[in-house]
Structure formats: C-alpha cells, structure tokens
Design a protein around this ligand. Sequence first.
Ligand SMILES: Cc1ncc(COP(=O)(O)O)c(C=O)c1O
Length: 372
Amino acid sequence: MTTELTRRDWLVGGATVAGSMLVSKMVSAQTVPNPNLNPTPENPIRAGFNENVYGPSLKAKKVMDKAAETAHLYNFFEQRTLNQVISKMEGIPGSHIAIGNGSTPFLEKAAMACAIKGGKVLAPDPTYQSVTGTAKMLGVEVVSVPVGDDLHIDLNAMRSAMTDDIKLVYLCNPNNPIPSIIEKNALKDFCLEMSKRALVVIDEAYFEYVNNPDFQSMKDLVVDNKNIIICRTASKIHGFAGVRIGFAFAHPETMRYIAGPFNLSLGNVAVAGAIESYQDIEYQSIIKQKNRESMDILEKMFEDLNLEYVKSNTNFAFFNAGRPSTEVAEELRKHGIWSGRPFPPFTNWVRMSTVKPEEMQYVADTYRKVFG
Ligand SMILES: Cc1ncc(COP(=O)(O)O)c(C=O)c1O
C-alpha cells in the first residue's frame, strides 16, 4: 500500500484503504461501506427521486449549522455573495442571475408567464413535468412532441410542431426521465431559432453529472438574448433537495417573468450552505465519481441481464425491464428499495437513481435475484 496519495487518489478514493477513508471523511461518516446493509420497506434505499444520497458536503453542513444563529435576519448581503460566487464561476454577469428556492419556482413562473400571455407550451415527451404540469393546471395547452426512436429529444419534430401561438418552449438537458442529452450545436441553433418566436427555457438540473463532449450548457446565450432562460439547481450534485437553492440565468429584462423586485423567499441556512457548497469543487468531484461507480454497477447489471438502457448523463438510469415498471417497483419495495414512478408511454421502463455504491450493489443483487 502506498502511503503517498496523489491528489486524484484523494479525490476519487482510489483503491487504497487510506484513500477511501479520506473520501469517507469528505462525504460523511455514512459512506463507510456497511456490511450489514439491511434496507427494509420502513428504512428503504431511496433510488426513486434522483437525490444525492450523500447530502450536502461537510463544509456546507458546518456553515449551515452556524447560519441558524441568524434566523431572525433577512439575507440580502449573503444573497449578493452567492450571486457573486455563481457569477464568477459561470462567467455570467450578476445582473443575469436570480436565486430561488430550488429551480421549481422559476419553472412554474415561466409556465405562469405563458398563461398570462395566452399562449401554448411546446415540450418533448417524456420530460420533467414542472413546466408542463403547471401549464396544464392553469388551462394552458401543452403541445407534446414524442422523443425519437433513439429516445433522444427530436428537435426537428419540435420545429415542425412549432406554431405562432406557442409562447414557451421547454427543454430539459440532460432530459428526465430519459437521461439523454441534446447535441450542443443542434441545440444552440434550435434555441436561437425558437427564441425569435417564444420564450425558451432550458432546464439544466443535471448538467454537473455530464461527461460527454457533445454536451454544452446554453448559459452564454442569456447574456444578449432576451428570450432564453436557463434553470439550475443545487438539489442534485450539491445534495440540497431538502435545503432548497436554485438559479435562473436570464437577461435582466427577462427576469420580470420569473423573479420579483426583491427576494425575501430564501432561507439563511440555504444561502449560507450554497455559498460554501458551490466553492467546494472537491466535493462535487467526489460525488461525480461515486455516481460513476454506482452507474457502472447498474450498467453491468443491464449488460448481464441483456436489458435495453439509455446511456446516462445524469444520476439516474432508464432501462427497459420487459415488464410493467409498477410491478418492478412493487417487488423492489418489498426488499426495501424505492425506484422511480411510471413514465407513460414507457410503462415497461424503470428510472433508477444512483445511490451509494454499496447500496447500488445491493439494488443490483436484489434485482438479479428477483427478476434475473
Ligand atoms: C429536470 C429537473 N428540473 C428541476 C427539478 C426540481 O429541482 P428543484 O429541487 O431545484 O426544485 C428536478 C427534480 O428532480 C428535475 O429533475
């Protein structure tokens, strides 16, 4: 065993005992492999919600504990600091960044803006349903364009479905529940073209997990273009799903659709934690590596069992179980595993989120035993 760890060993855990102990310390005490892993229906492995099961980084947790002391104060100054951190990191002017209680408020407000304008929404199908669901609740018609045979979002089909009464175009990249991406050049052309006719919202909730040269964030387009909004969230790689922080990148003139004149809706704990978490690059690398390890376990299971699946660019997999996903979910639940909900029309496909590698191994072993 080498005693001198390289920086890479340290970040990814390497194969050494010392390496994995360091990584365990970085993520949390819970990451130590647990030989007695015994999930139950009451205490399940949560592979159904695309969360980061490690939770926030220890550095973020530390400042969040402290932030409770300022519970009686508004956090305008801290919001400014967070804005500056994101602005520097993303190369987007601070005037083009709004902070939200997650990204959901921005997605919902975009749908509301569309309702107020009296237009329709154009979206792929299946996709994440915050925009389309809100639109439908408000009586807005949603024009849904099925994904192509390759299960990728079909931009040409969306182009063909575009009409003058569509006021909002929603794209999720990478998509959810299908973890595919849209090729960067095709997407840029599409955004520029559609933004001449409607507001374009690109939801990049999972962008941190992407390791694919064909992917590119569309964030730079918002600097000049008044009809493009990018949504981001701390709920995924940062483990903030229950803390709540998200961002919208948009031209200042476009902000009126999705943000108020001042922001009183953010909690001090969330803002303080996000300032720390976004600067904790090492933690994000570790989570990405752990995600890869878990995805490898799932993909090996798909290959061994000859199950069709979509190469993932996110923290979840999507595979054809060859039987109703409801049946799979019900069986897995008995073994203490939660998988994703059904995604019609892909009723035989299962969405499975990554969890810690040792938990993922349990999921794969259980799946083989029950369905293999
Ligand atoms: C694509 C996508 N966008 C947005 C969200 C919601 O994010 P937030 O927790 O920031 O509201 C999710 C949650 O799963 C998601 O999958």
